[in-house]
Design a binder for this molecule. Structure first.
Ligand code: G3P
Length: 218
């Protein structure tokens, strides 16, 4: 399973990368705005900075919602670095754009997936990744993890190569459950990722090992 970090914060990306387990980065317009990045040049430069920090895929999202606009933006974003993946919203024009970009050899990530049918369409259009937002489904009392399971079953039924990228992760159990079901990728904020590291018995065990060592190595 691949680990992506879901942030546009360069320090958080560096921190996750330093852990030695990072495979890529996902961003979205809200995450860029959170970092105070605005204006086309600043946005493009920020994507370039992110793409230079990691070897793996970096999702950069289009703002246009019409086919021509999405394709134009996608070409500009794809020029930034070879590891840029174009994030396209799940709308009718988005499917068409995914089909076109795929035929040009440009990787895509179909975002804002909330149903198995949407994931099926994105896979059919040739998306490299689909991003089901599990936290936002949980927020409205719908089982987000079940969506990952449904998509896994459908993709496996037909051998779709599209990778399931579990997104909108809120806590470490979202990561564990996604892994159990067989999501190909989880994109997580830094906090749930760091929470996976910690266990009280690990802390207690380490403390005892070191205390015992110190007894005979004063
Ligand atoms: O990258 C998109 C997704 O992960 C958004 O998460 O927390 O805004 O629902 P959230």
């Amino acid at each position: 399973m691949k680990f992506f970090i879901d942030t546009a914060n360069l320090d958080e990306i560096r921190q996750a990368n330093d852990m030695g387990i990072l495979d890529g980065v996902t961003t979205n317009p809200s995450l860029m705005a959170k970092e105070g990045i605005g204006g086309k040049n600043a946005i493009m430069q920020h994507y370039a900075a992110i793409a230079s920090l990691v070897d793996g895929d970096v999702s950069a999202e289009v703002i246009a919602t019409d086919y021509e606009g999405m394709i134009r933006e996608a070409h500009e974003l794809a020029e930034i670095a070879p590891n840029i993946v174009i994030k396209i919203p799940m709308i009718t024009d988005g499917l068409k754009a995914i089909r076109q970009l795929t035929s040009e050899g440009i990787k895509t990530n179909c975002t804002l997936i909330f149903s198995p049918g949407q994931a099926l369409l994105a896979a059919k259009a040739g998306a490299t990744y689909v991003s089901p937002f599990i936290g936002r489904l949980d927020d409205i009392s719908t089982d987000g993890i079940q969506l990952i399971a449904d998509i896994r079953l459908i993709f496996d039924n037909y051998g779709f190569p599209t990778q399931i990228l579990a997104a909108s992760i809120r806590h470490p159990m979202h990561i564990i459950e996604s892994a159990r079901i067989g999501a190909d990728v989880v994109t997580t904020p830094l906090k749930p990722l760091l929470a996976l590291v910690r266990h009280p018995l690990t802390d207690k065990g380490l403390e005892k090992f070191l205390a015992d060592y110190r007894k005979h190595n004063p």
